[in-house]
Each structure stands twice: as structure tokens, then as C-alpha cells.
Design a protein around this ligand. Structure first.
Ligand code: SF4
Length: 631
């Protein structure tokens, strides 16, 4: 699969990419990045590259990965990037380099249909339980991939769960469909693929489980690497909530005839727990701050032990479906026991404070329900030992990962070669940066009323065509209430439509304005003048009251490291660069970023963060935008 041409020749104006893609033009940063990635793969060292917007980073890692002939796992944070890789970039590399290339897109197990569950559901009842289930059955009877992405509608979680290939319901080789199981066939295909494309959730779960989900690989390419700390933490997080207990009970009931007393006991236990958790105000707080939760957690733990003992004593006689053989029945028992034990273990972990882990409570903004989570507050040691010590070459890249020292410390990456591949865009010409006067402080009570006129003026100058981004829903609603009557352009608010439809509305509606929060900070691509203004309410520091952030800061302080300097500032920088990155997506895009946080203009840390942004020209007054937008 290797080719003799140099990387310069491959990306040259008369090279294979120019022939495969009319109008293709390699950028210097792209070739530099390809060279350093290739060196990393060949010499077996890790590589970090910040590739500014427009560098074309995916081709810059795909080409050396393909040329190496090694087994590559390529992981991304968002579905949008995954689709772009599989549908556009990888086929382009295949045709430009003219190489046979086996590529598999592998998803988590619960994306696939379980044939055994489907067969048993149909045997159980002649008629589907709902219209959605009827449509699911219709699809399940004819699908060739079993991938739920084929569905033209989104089933709700409870209904899909009755048919998915979740590990806790799967008896593996004891299943009659094992040989033609959608999930296992896909996993086998991945064994023989040159490139396996996955998402970060699956990638880090595989590491957390000690392997088994992904085939062995020589090279890991982690795109959107600024999200790695979050996904690695997620993979190590134990969760306890009404939803997880409900799922556990549904799994139990699918397999066994359970006495009704268990439902009543768990219902009561969850109700008591939720009312205890509600006694402490706040959407996220350390579990240690709520002593009242413990009697309810103890009661739930007792109920779980009772269930475990009952299952142990009755598993054979209570089976709902006659198993193929004893081995299948025993596997089923072990799987269900595992789910029950995992819940008991989550309670044990939450109740055993340690220097390395923290338990906290989260209240959902959408339904007000509570979840208890327990996780290590640092993932550096875990990644050092499971990823960096075992994989010969790991490539970490993103448009926003500098400063590298922050990424290396949080991920436990001790040695790596580094490159910043600059964006080919002319930010000095294409972009303007406005920072609100120093007196405008997002912490002050009158912030919304003082920020609203600036928002209005920005929107007037840019003729709408704007994202107005907030770090919290509360602030979003406050400012929106003040400006909505005064904005002369079509306006929508995050939540009024599903995210994809909202984006579609924005792209199609002239002069549209979208008020939104975190989910629109990244992974959004609006090319052209539909997006010409990004207004950001404040420097996006992680919330210092968040229990996980507090634990991380404490751990740094204990090691003598200044947490604000070495965690809060770099985290805010990466985040702000993501928000900024929504604006300029091509060489012809033009636009303004308005940062409404006056601290950026008046503090040393503000200067550090602004210096890390793309070099847009600073403007002191919004009326300078008249000339910029050609009024
Ligand atoms: S092998 Fe597991 S996931 Fe596949 S059909 Fe059988 S039970 Fe379902």
C-alpha cells in the first residue's frame, strides 16, 4: 500500500489530489502536518498537531496513515466529522493514491439490531406494542446492516432498547444468530480493515474495558482531540439514576419472571433518593454535600443485594424464555448479575471518598431528574498506561489544542513531537474582533441590561447573520428577553427546533440570528456569509463551582501547580477558539467576533487568551464595522 512519491509530490499542484479533485490546492500547513505525522508513524512516536481552520487536517493524517500500511484506528468526537471522513475524505484518498483500502465504520453495540431480541419479541406477541415498534419490526425484518442509522425516524430510547445489541443482553457464542449477528459481523470486518473509524465514546470505552471492542491497532489518530479528556472521563464514570435503574429492571424482566415486590421497592427507593437529592440546591454539587442522600442510597443498596440474592437462588426456574442450553442460561444469569452488581458498586464507589475520585449529583435541566456520577477527576495516569505506553504512535489533532502543555498534562502524554500548522486564511483581512469595554463584567448584576444594546448594535451592523452564544441558559434567556422585540431579523432560540433543523433553518433563512449555548460552540460548519457575526457573552472558563472542576483544581494545587493559570486559562482558551472558529470557514468568508466580557480587555489572563486567538484585526468601536461590511 506504500507509494514511492514524496508527500510534496502527493500534494503538489500537478499531483494525484489535483487530478482527483479539480480545484484542489494544497496548503503549506497541510504538507508540514502530513510530514510530521508520517515521521511519527514510521519512527513510532506520538504526535500533536494543532491545525488551524482550513489546513485540511484530515487529508494530512489520512495520507501518511494509508502510506504506512499499518493498522489505523481513527477516532472523532462528532458524527459530522465521521460522516465527512467516510463519505468524502477517505474515498478521495483512495482514488487519488489509487490504493485498495479497506475501511470500516464501527459504532457502539447499541447502534445495531439484535436478531435474538427481535425474534423473541415477535414470538412473545403477535402484534407490535406501538406504531413505532411496528415500524421498527418492519425495518428489522428486512435490514441488511442492522444499523439503526438506516431508520428514517428516531425511535425513543425505551423502544429501541428492546431490540438493540447491548452487551448486557447478549449471550454471544451461545446465541443461535452469533455467526450472522450484525454487530459481531461488523466487528469481524473491522479486524481485516486497514482503517477503522470510530467515535471517542467507543475508543475510550475500549481502553476502559481493557480491549475487546476494537481490534488491535498500530496507530491511533484522535481528531477533535480537545475533547479527549471529557470522553476518557466519561468512559470511567459510574452512573446511578432512575433511568439506569429502570433500564436494569427492564433487562431483568426481559429475562426473568420477577416478583412484583422488586418494582415497588425500587420505585420507592428512587423516589426517596430523588427527594433527598433535591434538598441541596444547585444543578451540580458534590454528593458529600448531602448527608440526607445516604439513608436512601443504603436502602437502594439493600434492595440491590436482595435482588442479587433472589437471582442467584431462582435464576433457572424464573427464566422467561427457554434457553438453547444450560450454557446460554448461565451466561444470561451472569449478564444480569453483572448489571445489578454494577449498580451496587456505583453506590460503594460514591460512598468511598478517595484522593483520586469524586462523586457528584447532577440535575437535568430538561426533566429535573437527578443522577449521581462517580469518576476519577484526572485521566492522565489511565491514558498514560493504557494508550500511550501501548500504542506505538498516537496522533492527536484539532483546530484548537494549543497550548500543548495543557493537553499533555491532562492526557498524560509525556513525550511527543509537536506542530502548529497555521490556518491559510487571512484573518487580518477577513475578520474583526471587538472586545467590550473593561467596565462590562459578566459577574455584575446589570450585565444583561448593559450587554443587550451591544448585541443589538452588532446585529444591526452585520444585518443579522449571527450566532449569539452564551455560557449558560440563564444568561441566554435574560439577554434574549431584552432584545427580542428590537431585533429586525428572523430570530430563533436553541430548543425551539431540534439542533439539525435549527441549523438548516439558519442556513436557509436570510439574515437569521440564532441564540444558543454550548452545543453550538463547536462542530458547526456554516460556510459563506450566512454567518458573519459571532457574539460571545463571556470568557468561557469552566464553572469553578463544578465539583469535577473543583476536584481537578484541588489536585493541581496539592502538587504546587497554579490551577487558574494551568487549567482554567488554557481550558477557556481552547473553548473560545472553538467559538471563534465558527466564523471563518473559507478564504472568502468575512466576519466579526464580539466578546462581551470586558475582563478580556483589562486583565493579564484576558490578554493571554486573546493572544491565542486567530489574528483578526481588533476594533475599538462597533461603528468601524460599517466600512468592514461595506455599508
Ligand atoms: S450474538 Fe448477541 S447481539 Fe448478536 S444477535 Fe445474538 S444475542 Fe443479539
Amino acid at each position: 500500500m506504500t507509494t514511492a512519491a514524496s508527500l510534496e509530490q502527493t500534494f503538489a499542484r500537478d499531483g494525484p489530489f489535483s487530478r482527483a479533485l479539480p480545484g484542489f490546492e494544497a496548503r503549506p500547513g497541510q504538507v508540514q502536518m502530513a510530514q510530521i505525522v508520517e515521521r511519527g508513524i514510521l519512527e513510532g512516536v506520538h504526535t500533536i498537531v494543532e491545525a488551524g481552520t482550513g489546513v485540511g487536517k484530515s487529508l494530512a493524517y489520512l495520507v501518511p496513515a494509508v502510506r504506512s500500511g499499518k493498522k489505523v484506528v481513527l477516532s472523532t468526537g462528532t458524527i459530522a466529522l465521521q460522516e465527512q471522513l467516510v463519505e468524502k475524505d477517505i474515498p478521495l484518498v483512495r482514488s487519488a493514491l489509487d490504493v485498495p483500502l479497506r475501511v470500516t465504520l464501527l459504532k457502539g453495540r447499541n447502534h445495531y439490531l439484535c436478531k435474538q431480541k427481535f425474534e423473541r419479541a415477535r414470538a412473545d406477541r403477535l402484534v407490535a406494542s406501538s406504531r413505532t415498534m411496528q415500524r421498527l419490526w418492519g425495518w428489522a425484518g428486512g435490514t441488511r446492516t442492522g444499523d439503526r442509522a438506516e431508520l428514517p425516524f428516531v425511535p425513543n430510547g425505551d423502544e429501541w432498547e428492546q431490540l438493540d445489541a447491548d452487551a448486557d443482553d447478549c449471550v454471544g457464542e451461545f446465541c443461535a444468530h452469533f455467526r450472522d449477528c450484525f454487530f459481531f459481523k461488523k466487528r469481524d470486518e473491522a479486524k481485516y480493515a486497514d482503517i477503522v473509524v470510530v467515535n471517542h465514546a467507543l475508543f475510550f470505552l475500549d481502553l476502559a474495558m481493557g480491549g475487546g471492542l476494537l481490534p488491535p491497532y498500530d496507530v491511533a489518530v484522535l481528531d477533535e482531540a480537545h475533547q479527549c479528556e471529557r470522553w476518557a472521563t466519561d468512559a470511567l464514570t459510574a452512573t446511578l439514576s432512575r433511568a439506569t435503574l429502570g433500564r436494569m429492571m427492564r433487562k431483568m424482566r426481559r429475562a426473568y419472571d420477577l416478583p412484583a415486590e422488586f418494582d415497588a421497592r425500587f420505585d420507592e427507593g428512587v423516589r426517596a433518593l430523588e427527594s433527598a437529592l433535591a434538598r441541596v440546591p444547585g444543578d451540580r454539587y458534590p454528593l458529600a454535600a448531602n448527608d440526607a442522600a445516604w439513608p436512601a442510597l443504603d436502602e437502594l443498596r439493600d434492595a440491590l443485594y436482595h435482588l442479587e440474592n433472589w437471582l442467584f437462588a431462582n435464576w433457572h426456574g424464573a427464566l422467561r424464555v427457554k434457553p438453547e442450553n444450560d450454557a446460554e442460561a448461565e451466561r444470561r444469569r451472569d449478564l444480569t448479575l453483572r448489571t445489578v452488581v454494577a449498580h451496587s458498586a456505583a453506590i460503594e464507589r460514591a460512598g468511598a471518598p478517595s484522593d483520586a475520585a469524586i462523586a457528584w449529583v447532577e440535575r437535568s435541566e430538561s426533566d429535573g431528574r437527578y443522577t449521581i456520577r462517580c469518576a476519577p477527576h484526572e485521566v492522565a495516569e489511565f491514558l498514560r498506561s493504557t494508550l500511550f505506553a501501548h500504542t506505538p504512535s498516537v496522533v492527536l489533532t484539532s483546530a484548537t489544542i494549543a497550548p500543548f502543555s495543557f493537553l499533555r498534562r491532562t492526557l498524560g502524554l509525556d513525550e511527543a513531537q509537536e506542530l502548529v500548522a497555521p490556518s491559510p486564511f487571512d484573518f487580518e483581512r477577513q475578520a474583526r474582533l471587538f472586545v467590550a469595554p473593561a467596565s462590562l463584567n459578566p459577574k455584575s448584576a446589570d450585565f444583561a441590561s448593559r450587554a443587550a444594546p451591544l448585541v443589538e448594535e452588532c446585529l444591526d451592523r452585520s444585518h443579522g447573520r449571527a450566532f449569539v452564544l452564551f455560557t449558560s441558559y440563564a444568561r441566554l434567556r435574560e439577554v434574549y428577553a431584552l432584545v427580542r422585540e428590537r431585533v429586525a431579523f428572523p430570530v430563533r432560540l436553541q430548543g425551539e427546533l431540534p439542533r439539525a433543523q435549527l441549523l438548516e433553518w439558519f442556513r436557509r433563512t436570510p439574515n437569521a440570528v440564532l441564540f444558543a449555548t454550548a452545543t453550538f460552540w463547536e462542530g458547526i460548519d456554516v460556510v459563506g456569509d450566512a454567518l458573519s457575526c459571532v457574539i460571545i457573552d463571556r470568557l468561557p472558563f469552566p464553572a469553578p463551582t463544578d465539583p469535577l472542576v473543583m476536584a481537578r483544581l484541588r489536585a493541581l494545587e496539592e502538587r504546587g501547580v497554579d490551577g487558574f493559570e494551568h487549567y482554567m486559562i488554557p481550558a477557556a482558551t481552547v473553548r473560545l477558539k472553538q467559538g471563534f472558529g465558527r466564523l471563518i470557514r473559507s478564504t472568502t468568508d468575512r466576519g466579526v467576533v464580539a466578546l462581551l466580557d470586558g475582563r478580556a480587555a483589562s486583565t493579564r489572563y484576558g490578554a493571554t487568551i486573546l493572544n491565542a486567538l486567530p489574528p483578526a484585526r481588533r476594533i475599538a468601536h462597533l461603528d468601524e464595522l460599517a466600512a468592514f461590511f461595506g455599508e
